[in-house]
Design a protein around this ligand. Structure first.
Ligand SMILES: NC(=O)c1ccc[n+]([C@@H]2O[C@H](COP(=O)([O-])OP(=O)(O)OC[C@H]3O[C@@H](n4cnc5c(N)ncnc54)[C@H](O)[C@@H]3O)[C@@H](O)[C@H]2O)c1
Length: 268
């Protein structure tokens, strides 16, 4: 399908998501909540999906209060494909179509030494981070009749290794490949697939991981700011890149994973 020429389209139209219908997974807090906010601000209707239904409801309520519109929420578990299909069906039935799906939900418990990682641990990590993104993208693409965009949250550890998190690193490298493969297969359906790879961002999930290590001497604030810009990332730093990827500003971008890394890859 030919890519339209946007060269005379006003910038405000290129970034606008008015009339588009979006699902963001894992959006009850952290980066996902930040993404839901920017997509809603840009005019999309957003379904906030999470295993934490109460948190998801509260984010959707906040979007409705801040931006009006018709944002909603659902309980969704990316490890249970039936809930992904149900969320996509809900959007199509209630809002008439689906154009944007953001695979944000992910888990990152530290693995410990690779020598000691159990099969159950590997299965859980790959089920949530890889199968969850794959199955969700498939369910979304099946319903994107007028084309669309799928954004996968990767990580800078989709490009490099780090000690003690081998299962996570493996899962995020897989999502880089998934992004390329789906972009290749979905291009003929006018669906772009784009990865966004954050460095460390200050979120509840990251705090949960780091706080137990503080007792053993980890300087959390210094670790979070360990990038070329010298400050911790916040969810909105990533949400703005996801907004770019989801909008027509990125109409010529597919199959790539965009680092949102504060130079941390350059500095390695
Ligand atoms: N925070 C970072 O430093 C960082 C860096 C690189 C990549 N990422 C990626 O960004 C994404 C979001 O990270 P975060 O730091 O905001 O996480 P977080 O733990 O703060 O929030 C994750 C959200 O996902 C939800 N969730 C977890 N498992 C789920 C499931 N099975 N189904 C549906 N929802 C589920 C949680 O309830 C929570 O609301 C993840 O994919 C993560 O790998 C984060």
């Amino acid at each position: 399908m030919p890519i339209p020429d946007f060269s005379t389209t006003p910038l405000s139209d290129l970034i606008s998501l008015a009339g588009r219908r979006a699902v963001v997974t894992g959006a009850a807090k952290g980066i996902g909540a930040g993404i839901a906010r920017r997509l809603a601000e840009a005019g999309a209707s957003v379904l906030v999906g999470d295993i934490d239904e109460t948190g998801a409801a509260s984010v959707a309520e906040g979007l409705n209060a801040a931006f009006g519109g018709r944002h909603s929420h659902c309980r969704l578990d990316v490890a249970d494909t039936s809930t992904l299909a149900a969320a996509a069906d809900w959007v199509v039935s209630n809002w008439g179509g689906l154009e944007i799906w953001v695979n944000n939900a992910g888990i990152f418990p530290s693995t410990g030494p690779a020598m000691d990682v159990t099969d159950d641990f590997i299965d859980r990590m790959l089920t949530v981070n890889v199968r969850g993104s794959f199955a969700a993208a498939r369910e979304a693409a099946r319903r994107m009749d007028a084309g669309g965009v799928i954004v996968n949250l990767v990580s800078t550890t989709g490009f490099h290794a780090a000690p003690g998190i081998s299962a996570y690193v493996t899962s995020k490298h897989a999502v880089v490949g998934l992004t390329k493969s789906l972009a290749l297969e979905f291009a003929s359906r006018n669906i772009r697939v784009v990865g966004v790879a954050p460095t460390v961002v200050d979120t509840p999930g990251v705090r949960d991981q780091m706080e137990p290590l503080a007792a053993a001497g980890l300087d959390i604030e210094k670790t979070m700011a360990g990038n070329l810009l010298g400050r911790a990332g916040v969810p909105d730093d990533i949400a703005r890149v996801v907004l770019f990827a989801a909008s027509d500003l990125a109409a010529f971008v597919t199959g790539s994973t965009i680092p949102a890394d504060a130079g941390s890859l350059a500095g390695r």
